[in-house]
Design a protein around this ligand. Sequence first.
Ligand SMILES: NC(=O)C1=CN([C@@H]2O[C@H](COP(=O)(O)OP(=O)(O)OC[C@H]3O[C@@H](n4cnc5c(N)ncnc54)[C@H](OP(=O)(O)O)[C@@H]3O)[C@@H](O)[C@H]2O)C=CC1
Ligand SMILES: O=C1O[C@H](COP(=O)(O)O)[C@@H](O)[C@H](O)[C@H]1O
Length: 375
Amino acid sequence: MSKHPTRGSIPSMETSGEALKDETVIVVLGASGDLAKKKTFPALFALFQQGFLPKDAHIVGYARTKMDEQEFHKRETQYLKKSSDDEELAKKFDSDVEEFKKISTYVSGPYDEDSGFQELLKHIEELEGKREGKGQNRVFYMALPPSVFTVVAAGLKKNCYSKNGINRIIIEKPFGKDLESCREMMSALKAEWAENETYRIDHYLGKEMIKNMLVMRFGNVVLDASFNRSFISNIQITFKEPFGTEGRGGYFDEFGIIRDVCQNHLMQTLSVLAMERPVSFSAEDIRDEKVKVLRCIPPIKREDVLLGQYTASGDKPGYHDDDTVPKDSVSPTFAAMVLWVNNPRWEGVPFIMKAGKGLSRSHSVLIASQSLTRT
Ligand SMILES: NC(=O)C1=CN([C@@H]2O[C@H](COP(=O)(O)OP(=O)(O)OC[C@H]3O[C@@H](n4cnc5c(N)ncnc54)[C@H](OP(=O)(O)O)[C@@H]3O)[C@@H](O)[C@H]2O)C=CC1
Ligand SMILES: O=C1O[C@H](COP(=O)(O)O)[C@@H](O)[C@H](O)[C@H]1O
């Protein structure tokens, strides 16, 4: 939320949105779920610890699951980690966790009824009323399956939109299931929320590996010169997770591994890897180069795709053993496919993408195999 470039990043890649500094309520919808506990709350905690949250920020979890505050705090803090590179922060970890709990509350309610959002509004207004300042900024973070983004966005706009402050809505990939549903979702969102209020996230773009790739490719003349079909025989982009869905069937089963990670995280990785040098490192210029790469990729052939589903092994459950997964599900949890980028740099070089859950070990790699024989 800071405007200032962080250490080690490329300055012109930073966003230029207005930073929220004054009193803000941050609502995490889907607060009972996997994304919220593994990523959203730890990220908010890191901002809290380092003093980057807006002034007097308050966090409100919202989901259908009924739980008391103690249970919510337990889930909220279970993935928080002590800093390993900042001794000062590490020392304050326990007391900071307690302070973090004090600014976090939970409201339970449905996603498709005004009554739930009215309860949420009542709670937000109580929090805002206790403040000395006048800030009524509200951030709504959707840690929810895309199937409910539209209805929740409309319910929030109707019931919880602040008329006296800045509003933001944040959605996570995948943005729909295909081009048509994506367009429908985006136009439904646009009808309620202005573009400068809407933030779309693919968290792989924030990973060091991806950010470093830009620096490595375009800051290293030798590497850049050899990064093409004359020197590279194939490129492999692999995502492996040693764990399965673990209760995430409510979201995952409807989408499957291709829509969960291939279409977004791995395609983003591929496009950053394959693109030409952008005119500048501004978001728009990078996006334009990525789009050019994507337009050179023909539809993937069915015979170039392998799909699978993990089954039980030893004491590890299979996909169908997860209670949140339908017993007759044929949703893929593993996919491997070959893509081609038909442009002068990459013509004839297979890009092999592999992604799977419930595999032998954790692995996120990129391999560019060298070959000096291609002409
Ligand atoms: N998990 C991760 O590491 C990451 C996930 N994401 C994205 O976050 C979003 C949510 O994923 P995740 O948290 O993993 O999924 P979950 O299955 O954990 O879903 C989150 C919450 O949404 C509610 N929910 C689940 N299924 C449904 C449904 N069919 N209809 C309505 N509500 C439902 C549940 O809350 P309740 O029942 O209490 O209302 C659940 O706790 C997805 O878009 C995913 O792509 C992005 C990056 C990383
Ligand atoms: O978006 C998602 O990403 C996670 C993997 O993220 P990572 O940062 O831990 O690599 C994945 O588990 C999840 O299925 C998917 O929705």
